[in-house]
Design a protein around this ligand. Structure first.
Ligand code: ADP
Length: 498
């Protein structure tokens, strides 16, 4: 009897495979770094062939490390970098161009033109998203317009569009299945999250022909069989979700009001809002959390562009710390200061969406030290999370009981305590820090019938540590007011220049 569930976590910087035992424990892992291509300023590409080759290689390696074989694997789940856009030939599975990565800004002008045409309100109402190059639609249109002959071939049904999940599924099934899941579809700007269909008005606005689109399915269920050629035996692919949605499932956020926040290079926070898509008035995204058994759960999403990246900057750029792990002790050793770092290195994310903003540091004195800057960088991540929490509360009307955290930065105890203090909310770190891969495994386990629902796979969500607020509320309010002044100053400085 197959005993394992294989999770693929195809991320922006690496492709990973994690083999889970049927009790939900990690048995083996494998990882390969992914080459980034920067052909021009603001352009970011991946070679989709690299993604495919690495994914199969890490799957084989993880299975091998466990001393297992493909026939021991009950199902495969896929969690993928979201929005990254691939266009490939239906007959061969060959990409016609490198994949355009979510970070890529080449279609900023197309977005501005649609904005000038007044299309933004329609787009927001149908998709829950903002009109931004970040999402897939303008990337797909760019490929159709810039790859020779692509548009004509697309109209004839010779090309396929998909996010990375869809491409991997197509290749793994040797072209038998061209599908995606509802949550990945909800990131394309082409999918109507309310009617749950590719939307003709959107297809028309973005000039994307229907013939290239994948079929949209639930997040858990039989997607197709990975061909025996790849792993040595056929294995069903039974769960798919974008990485942040997979992390929600891995964190057990199945009820309205639950929040997970993943702290990696950037930070992505999602709040479950139940069966209704709630429009945001605070520049959050409304998105599909998951669709199971035909029932859709929605989420509000906010992102912070720079979280762990600020720590990388302190380490590699300023060289004030030797490693990320040292940041907790350094921050703890500093007396509280009112130094505010606004790390808008690549613009401000939610709830501001000001891509042209740049960073600033307020409150420098003669004795400001590198250590103070370390502390201010960690605090900045917490202040930004508080901004998101305020937006979640305003848009949803819900009061969360706690925030569940994961990702590399969630190892930092000092930061999590300051986060709890700043949010005035319990912060919970789970025993399993692999929320994204675990979520993919859970979806696959449910999708192949190993268990009734994703939440039934593996032990119940287990707490590693809960951080509860201890800061005096007057101090919290004073610090947060200082942060808000700093952000306002950055926004005003930016506006004055434009
Ligand atoms: P990603 O998936 O975006 O590559 P990870 O979840 O692996 O990110 O987290 C890596 C990030 O977390 C890095 O930016 C690193 O600087 C930061 N990081 C790792 N450990 C710590 C720590 N103890 N304190 C603060 N930041 C940390």
């Amino acid at each position: 009897m197959p005993r394992y569930v294989l999770a693929i976590d195809q991320g922006t910087t690496s492709s990973r495979a994690l083999l889970f035992g049927d009790d939900g424990h990690v048995v083996a892992t494998a990882q390969k770094e992914l080459t980034q291509h920067y052909p021009r300023d603001g352009w970011v590409e991946h070679d989709a062939e690299d993604i495919w080759r690495d994914t199969i290689a890490v799957c084989r390696e993880a299975i091998g490390k466990a001393g297992a074989a493909a026939r021991d694997v009950a199902a495969i789940g896929i969690a993928n970098q979201r929005e990254t856009t691939v266009l490939w030939e239906r007959s061969t599975g060959q990409p016609v161009h490198r994949a355009i990565v979510w970070q890529d800004r080449r279609t900023a002008e197309q977005c501005r033109a649609l904005q000038r045409d007044g299309a933004e309100a329609t787009i927001a109402a149908k998709t829950g998203l903002l009109l931004d190059p970040y999402f897939s639609a303008t990337k797909a249109a760019w490929l159709l317009d810039n790859v020779p002959d692509a548009r004509a071939r697309a109209e004839r049904g010779e090309l396929c569009f998909g996010t990375v999940d869809s491409f991997l599924l197509f290749r793994a099934t040797r072209g038998k299945v061209h599908a995606t899941d509802a949550a990945n579809a909800s990131r394309t700007l082409l999918y109507n999250i309310r009617t749950q269909e590719w939307d003709d008005v959107l297809l028309d606005l973005f000039h994307v022909p229907r013939a290239i689109l994948p079929e949209v399915r639930d997040n858990a269920g039989p997607f197709g069989m990975a061909d025996a050629e790849f792993l040595g035996a056929p294995v069903p692919i039974a769960g798919i979700a974008g990485d942040q949605q997979a992390a929600m499932v891995g964190q057990g956020c199945f009820a309205p009001g639950m929040i997970k926040s993943t702290y990696g290079t950037g930070c992505f926070a999602l709040m479950h809002t139940g069966s209704e898509a709630r429009a945001s008035h605070n520049k959050l995204l409304t998105t599909i959390a998951y669709r199971l058994g035909g029932e859709t759960s929605y989420a509000l999403e906010g992102s912070i562009f720079i979280a762990g990246a600020a720590i990388q900057w302190l380490r590699d750029g300023l060289k004030v710390i030797a490693g990320a792990a040292a940041s907790a002790d350094i921050a703890a050793s500093r007396a509280p200061t009112e130094l505010f770092l606004v790390p808008a290195f690549t613009g401000l994310g939610a709830p501001h969406w000001m891509p042209e903003a740049r960073g600033a540091l307020f409150g420098i004195t003669r004795d400001t030290s590198g250590g103070d800057l370390v502390r201010a960088s960690l605090e900045a991540v917490c202040y930004q999370t508080r901004d998101l929490l305020g937006a979640f509360a305003a848009d949803s009307g819900m009061t969360p009981a706690a925030m569940r955290v994961d990702g590399g930065m969630a190892r930092n105890d000092w930061m999590l305590q300051f986060l709890a203090d700043m949010l005035g909310l319990a912060v919970e770190r789970p025993a399993l820090n692999e929320a994204t891969a675990f979520g993919a495994a859970r979806l696959a386990a449910a999708g192949t019938g190993l268990c009734a629902t994703p939440g039934d796979f593996g032990a119940a969500w287990k707490l590693d540590r809960r951080f509860t607020p201890t800061m005096d509320s007057r101090q919290r309010d004073r610090l947060y007011a200082g942060w808000k002044r700093a952000v306002e100053a950055v926004k005003n400085y930016t506006k004055a220049a434009t």
